[in-house]
Design a protein around this ligand. Sequence first.
Ligand code: PLP
Length: 390
Amino acid sequence: MRLTGLPETAVREDIAAALAEDIPWPRVLNSICTAPHPLAVEAAHAAAHTNLGDVRIFRGTKRIERKVVALLLELLGRPQGAGSLVSGGTEANLLAVLAARQDARAAGRLTEHPEVVVGSTVHFSFDKIFSALGITPVRVPVDDGLRLAPESVEKAVSEHTIAVVATAGSSELGVVDRVDAIAAVLEPHGVWLHVDAATGGFIIPFARELGLPLPQFDFSLDGVRSITIDPHKYGLANVPAGAILFRAQEAYQADSFFLDTPAHTTLLGTRPGSAAMATYAVLEHLGREGFVDVTRTNFENTRYLTGRLAEAGYGLLIEPELNIVVARVPHAAEVSRLLGTRDWIVSTSRRFDDAVRIVVARHVTRDVIDEFIPVLVRADQEIRAEVAAR
Ligand SMILES: *Cc1c(COP(=O)(O)O)cnc(C)c1O
């Protein structure tokens, strides 16, 4: 640390310079996150000093967190449920697995070797969680549409199973598991079903309202015991805004799993009230109609992108269910690297070779797509020429 501090102007310049190195949103085609809504930024700024780790002080901020949780529970079909705002999908998924383990323990069903049943499309946050908690994942195959197959799930359930995880919108491919069918096969087993809707939670309810053929995935299905939903993705709030929601009140006091005198409902102690305020601002300001409009635009832009890709000769590896497009591009890793040097960020797929993955978030507009397609075509041609010359 400096002995003598810098003047404010110099610090501001440093910060501005660093921020200018970041890729601007209209060039970000790989992220499930987007430019937060301006009102969210304003709310977060106003609440920058708040800490939900001490609710004796931050009473109003806590009231807003409760309100946000109530709004999310209502969105997902369980006004009488419970939940907390957390740092993101990773922490939410961790709390869900902890709650499921606690539930098995309370019911006298927890064995020495607890297992969680997941599909191969499950988010990698679960790898961290299973490793941290000493839980064995039981990976079951996905079907041709890359969805968790209900009959395989049922076969994988054993006396050791503490939970099954279904994904409502995988972040890699935007695939929505048939949560309704999975809930149905699990019903006789009474196994905890967790739905990771970090990506899809703010898309599917509105897309269904628009008439898109997506399955039900929320608490309206009896077997669903917990849901992860991330306001900092398609909810347009700024990071770090995640949420874990539970069907039952008793599941949610995470501290009670470890401490005799629980103080916190999440793993973290000190945590930002700004995220709660930001999420509240967006939910209240947009309302259901606003989110339906945003969702309609995202799907229109997704279709526009697939059309432009087809015109340019790029097919799709999988029909997009949500707003993630996976196009077949030869030498995709090299194309992606070259695009990166030109400040365009796309990603490739771990599952498919020669695939470029593009996330159509709110900032990926028609104008952005029109600008991007020729850039992609040029990068592709350059790489093909380079490969041919080798
Ligand atoms: C983003 C995401 C996560 C992880 O959330 P973080 O906010 O990055 O911690 C987990 N599951 C799914 C399906 C996601 O899309």
